[in-house]
Design a protein around this ligand. Structure first.
Ligand code: 9WN
Length: 459
């Protein structure tokens, strides 16, 4: 067990060690490039110790933004090797005129948590005050049009017309790759005979391959990359021909929350038309999430857009309404009691009272495999952040305390066994270190709360 200060120092060292100077690798060996939503969480953690480095993290990510506004899920570090599929498989600039030539990127996206990070960074800068605040405000003003283009891309290309949910064309876009929430739609992905031969690199970086997705799943992941290439990475064509099309309640909820914060920034920058536009995106996304709540369980359900059927597997994504915010108080209380109840964080077999990625009561729960059961600290940070935002400080504090106890083993693992607390997946995972830093340094002294407005960017 490690003391708070030592733990914070160790977390800061991990972020430093995983830094190339420009980007923070998502993990030292398993993920040697910059991932989009990881970068946002990493920037939140970096802000607690090094504001300039936090700003740079997002600048480097947005250097890979596509012409159509998409922020790709991976920005590749040209100096790194060892991750598959890499730029040679994605071939984005060859297949799409929208793609970034340099840096090379993947051709799909990640959940849009970036505006949350910018708000958090501004709040830390506001608490610091002086020159640091001035510089950060100027930085936010410059980043703002890129964030707006990103949100416009999602509203234009990804909002599904019938459900209002954000459409994903690859499970990787959800960030919860092999979650059982996608089992049904993936079962309908038929891998073609021309699937290029490949060798997986990921399994070599974990203690046991059972902690990673199966080879059958990887065939589908790779096949969907081929499909996206054939469609020129175009959402319109993928809607016609894509064999994986889902409406993701969690992605949509994150979009709602992020739009609120981007609208706040737009207001500070005195852009009233943008405020109205972004509030509209937020309202539509929130309504779409609330329309997909299963009455029996109270959890939100994704939709298989190819069949119209709801996907009701009990995964952590079901708590999307808590992240979207704006729930009537009594409904929020019900969902919070589900979260802390025996099917989730209150399950008697758990090592720590933290929600696993899939309910231990679900028949498909697998405590060792990736998004099929393990506890993900980064996800619990997001939940705690949302709960705190909505005045549920008690439950947020419980998630923080349980997570810090879990992280006190000092491994900063990617995910943890919910029943034993054993670290799983990568070690020294950047976003795990980042959220630990925020919990330890920001929330400990309430710095981020002092300036709820997130500071006033220079206009
Ligand atoms: C594929 C980097 C990423 C996270 C995802 C997580 C995992 C990649 C992989 O690692 O996905 O994008 O190769 O398994 O599922 O959420 O962003 O940490």
């Amino acid at each position: 067990m490690t003391g708070s200060l030592t733990l914070a120092a160790r977390a800061a060292y991990i972020l430093r060690d995983n830094s190339t100077g420009l980007i923070t690798k998502a993990a030292p060996t398993l993920y040697p490039h910059q991932w989009s939503w990881d970068a946002a969480f990493n920037a939140i953690g970096l802000a607690t110790v090094d504001l300039p480095r936090a700003r740079l993290e997002l600048d480097s990510l947005f250097a890979g933004q596509w012409r159509n506004g998409m922020v790709p899920h991976i920005v590749f570090d040209p100096a790194a090797d060892g991750y598959w599929p890499g730029p040679a498989e994605w071939e984005c600039a060859r297949f799409s005129e929208e793609a970034s030539m340099l840096p090379a990127t993947s051709g799909i996206c990640d959940p849009p948590v970036h505006a949350i990070a910018v708000d958090r960074i501004l709040a830390v800068a506001a608490a610091a005050g002086g020159r640091e605040l001035e510089v950060t405000q100027g930085w936010a003003r410059h980043l703002y049009p890129k964030l707006l283009a990103w949100h416009r891309f999602l509203a234009r290309d990804r909002a599904d017309k019938s459900t209002g949910l954000m459409t994903l064309f690859h499970g990787w876009e959800s960030g919860t790759d092999n979650s059982p929430r996608w089992d049904v739609p993936y079962a309908n992905v038929v891998v073609g005979p021309d699937l290029p031969a490949y060798v997986r690199r990921d399994k070599a970086h974990v203690a046991d391959a059972c902690q990673r997705p199966t080879d059958g799943e990887y065939d589908r992941y790779r096949w969907l990359v081929e499909e996206a290439k054939q469609a020129g990475y175009d959402a319109g064509l993928l809607r016609e021909f894509g064999s994986f099309q889902v409406g993701d309640v969690l992605f949509t909820a994150i979009f709602a929350a992020a739009n609120d914060l981007l609208a706040k920034l737009a207001g500070q920058l005195r852009k009233p038309d943008d405020v109205a536009e972004l509030r509209d995106y937020a309202a539509q996304a929130r309504a779409a999430v609330f329309c997909h709540v299963d009455e029996a369980s109270g959890l939100a359900a994704d939709v298989d857009l190819r069949t119209g059927s709801w996907l009701r597997t009990e995964t952590i994504a079901g708590f999307a309404p808590l992240i979207a915010g704006g729930m009537p108080g009594y409904l929020r209380e019900q969902l919070v009691s589900t979260l802390t109840g025996p099917r989730w964080a209150g399950h008697p077999g758990l090592r720590f009272a933290l929600p696993p990625s899939t309910s231990p009561c679900s028949p498909v729960f697998n405590p060792e495999c990736y998004w099929r059961g393990p506890v993900w600290p980064v996800f619990n940070w997001l939940l705690a952040w949302a709960l705190r935002r909505d005045g549920e400080a008690g439950v947020a504090a419980q998630l923080r305390a349980g997570s810090l106890e879990q992280l006190s083993d000092g491994t900063f693992a990617e995910y943890y066994h919910p029943m034993t607390g054993a670290p799983l997946g990568s070690r020294d995972q950047s976003w795990t270190a980042a959220v630990a830093l925020d919990w330890l340094l920001n929330e400990a002294d309430g710095r981020a709360d002092q300036v709820a407005s997130g500071g006033q960017p220079a206009t």
